[in-house]
Write a new protein. Structure first.
Length: 157
């Protein structure tokens, strides 16, 4: 049996209470250990707007989970995830690279995310306006002037 690394992205219903979310995360971890899988890394991406409505929801709470598991047991793990109420969408894909952050259990990840202050987003650098020199130089360039009448003639035909 060959153990491989996998990535699980799932979206929880954002209207679930913190207690219900924790229960679902514990259930997912239970399915993982039941299938002899090992949790490698988890990331809580928070509540985000969905590209389209899923089960009449416009937002979802995203989680990204990395784990290793025997490839034969992945289909039953996916089937268990599909049957969990509260999960709007899930996808499991095989991956070669796994982030090198320390391993966390799902409950620890939730507690860690709740304790960590929100990181401010870095400000985007101000874009400098490009001077209008190319247009001024283009008018003085005889080749550009020669092309302009040809373009006007082509458009009139």
């Amino acid at each position: 049996m060959l153990s491989r690394n996998y990535e699980l992205m799932f979206i929880l219903d954002p209207e679930l209470s913190a207690e219900d979310s924790q229960t679902l995360l514990n259930r997912i971890q239970g399915y993982l250990t039941e299938s002899n899988g090992q949790l490698l890394h988890i990331e809580d991406w928070g509540v985000r707007r969905l590209a389209y409505a899923i089960q009449h929801r416009r937002e979802g709470h995203y989680y990204l989970l990395y784990f290793s598991m025997d490839s034969v047991k992945v289909p039953s793990f996916e089937r268990n995830l599909h049957l969990v109420e509260g999960i709007l969408r899930e996808i499991v894909v095989r991956t070669e690279k796994v982030p090198e952050k320390r391993q966390q259990t799902l409950p620890q990840a939730i507690e860690h995310e709740a304790e960590a202050p929100a990181e401010p987003e870095p400000e985007a650098p101000a874009e400098e306006e490009a001077p209008a020199e190319p247009e001024a130089n283009a008018a003085a360039d005889p080749e550009v002037e020669a092309e302009a009448p040809a373009t006007a003639e082509a458009e009139s035909e």
